[in-house]
Design a protein around this ligand. Structure first.
Ligand code: NDP
Length: 247
């Protein structure tokens, strides 16, 4: 029970990696606010957390809207009185080659992935500064490090998250707040299920450990970064990709 009675917010916690992170944090003793645009699915995650014996509630919140984010964080504070852990996980893709990429596909991916991470970090760090403690974990991607054809918007958003992580870590360090990122490789979720067989085979050939990742691989690192064992780590991006990218 490394995280006993800690309070965590997980954005995009309704499904995929966010859902597994929320369950993982709860299994270590944390109470969870599951934040998502998909309230119906978020409620299912909440029920799974409650079955583990922890408190949880779902909140319909679009991370792109700062006013809504602030309102949402206030609701969470009314209920749980504090926030110890924020996992900025909500993210989307809208892939196409650069020359064919529409303005709206560029804007919406930057808005959800990068601005959403900024909005939640800003709103939650106000509270963490008062508490003089906190852990913020941003879900980036290896694509933000190496780039990927067809993902100009996504790669830029994830590179932005890595840079934001470093700046926030430097600004918040004196208040005892750690800010780190995780850069997953190919993780099996609904987001990657839509990729073609050809692309999946190409990806597999580049993975030294010869398997796709699962959300639990990402969650394990997130639980570590959220714990006191990671107190001396800040501003870092931990790659979880079976060895695809070695820096
Ligand atoms: P999923 O698409 O399975 O889940 C993402 C969740 O975020 C969904 O519940 C989605 O709701 C929600 N969401 C989308 N937009 C918003 C928003 N504006 N506000 C709040 N919630 C929102 O994705 P994954 O689990 O695969 O990915 C999770 C994170 O991990 C993302 O940041 C992704 O970029 C990153 N990642 C994933 C990798 C992978 O291989 N899967 C690899 C590297 C990084 P809804 O579906 O209703 O829109």
């Amino acid at each position: 029970m490394q995280l006993k009675d800690k309070v965590a917010i997980v954005t995009g916690g309704a499904r995929g990696i966010g859902r597994v992170i929320a369950l993982g944090l709860a299994s270590k003793g944390a109470d969870i606010a599951v934040v998502d645009v998909n309230l119906k699915e978020a409620e299912k995650t909440v029920q799974e957390i409650q079955a583990l014996g922890r408190a949880a509630f779902s909140l319909e919140m679009d991370v792109t809207d700062y006013i809504k984010v602030e309102e949402g964080i206030n609701k969470i504070l009314d209920k749980f009185k504090k926030v110890d852990i924020l996992v900025n996980n909500a993210g989307i893709t809208k892939d196409s080659l650069l020359l064919r990429m529409s303005d709206s596909d560029w804007d919406v991916v930057l808005k959800v992935n990068l601005k959403g991470t900024f909005n939640c970090t800003k709103a939650v760090s106000r509270q963490m500064i008062k508490q003089r403690s906190g852990k913020i974990i941003n879900i980036a991607s290896i694509i933000g490090i190496i780039g990927n054809p067809g993902q100009a918007n996504y790669s830029a958003s994830k590179a932005g998250i890595i840079a934001l992580t470093k700046t926030a870590a430097k600004e918040l360090a004196l208040r005892n707040i750690n800010v780190n990122a995780i850069a997953p490789g190919f993780i099996q979720t609904e987001m990657t299920a839509k990729l073609s067989l050809e692309l999946r085979e190409k990806m597999m050939s580049a993975i030294p450990l010869k398997r796709f990742g699962n959300p639990e691989d990402v969650s394990a690192v997130c639980l570590f970064l959220a714990s006191e064992d990671a107190n001396y780590i800040t501003g870092q991006t931990i790659i979880v990709d079976g060895g695809m990218v070695m820096v």
